[in-house]
Write a protein that binds this ligand. Structure first.
Ligand SMILES: Cc1cc2nc3c(=O)[nH]c(=O)nc-3n(C[C@H](O)[C@H](O)[C@H](O)COP(=O)(O)O)c2cc1C
Length: 209
């Protein structure tokens, strides 16, 4: 019965592929999965690189199975024969959160030797939305050129660089600031997302004086 419901959800809902690679910031992947789970009708397809699993464990003590609980489907990164590897599978968008320089560069060059990169390549070739939360600093010219190349190819480069206009109080407020902007890029609702609405009334008044 559950599989029938999921199949129907897949047909009528929004199918989002989430790739988690080995850059620092696996919390961005976790938070994105949590946000997507809150969207009615969202079908979440998770694929993690091996380095992603390692970084996830080093940074959070969590394993791929823990993230799998937040996804509808989890795929092995070696499973290059699965449906995410084909353009005939009708996904709506893909987000890589976080995206390592290695994965970013592989996507830019079409080196599709694992499922995460292949799914991203398919997303681009099918002219679907690909959002890359690239995490590295500082950036050398090669990184910047690769980002330019990807932007020219239609990808959205969305590094997790937080804004502070929401007056964040916790690390998770800072994480949410970036993840909620990605949800906006996906066109999906986030309840309680904090947005800039101009200065507070007091500030507006004092500014006018
Ligand atoms: C704790 C830790 C933090 C890392 N942080 C970054 C990072 O912020 N950005 C990055 O590009 N690579 C980072 N790396 C290196 C990547 O994990 C490494 O380049 C790996 O080969 C990426 O493989 P993948 O793209 O298949 O996930 C980090 C590695 C570890 C263990």
């Amino acid at each position: 019965m559950e599989s029938v419901l999921i199949a129907e959800q897949e047909r009528s809902g929004v199918n989002v592929i989430v790739g988690v690679s080995g850059a620092s910031g696996s919390v961005y992947g976790i938070r994105l999965l949590e946000r997507l789970r809150g969207v009615p009708g969202a079908v979440i397809h998770l694929v993690m690189s091996r380095s992603g699993e390692k970084t996830l464990f080093l940074e959070t003590g969590k394993r791929i199975a823990d993230l799998g609980k937040l996804a509808t489907f989890t795929y092995r990164v070696e499973d290059i024969g699965c449906r995410l590897a084909s353009g005939s599978f009708r996904s709506d968008a893909m987000v890589v959160a976080p995206c390592s320089v290695h994965t970013m560069s592989a996507i830019a060059c079409g080196i599709t030797s694992n499922l995460l990169v292949r799914a991203a390549d398919v997303t681009l070739k099918e002219r679907r939305k690909l959002i890359l939360m690239v995490r590295e600093t500082p950036l050398h010219l090669g990184h910047l050129r690769t980002m330019t190349q990807l932007a020219e190819m239609g990808a959205i480069i969305a590094p997790p660089i937080p804004g502070f206009y929401t007056n964040p109080q916790t690390v998770m407020d800072i994480v949410d600031q970036s993840v909620d902007r990605v949800m906006d890029l996906l066109g999906l609702p986030v309840e309680g997302a904090r947005r800039w609405d101009g200065p507070a009334d007091d500030d507006k008044t004092s500014g006018a004086e």
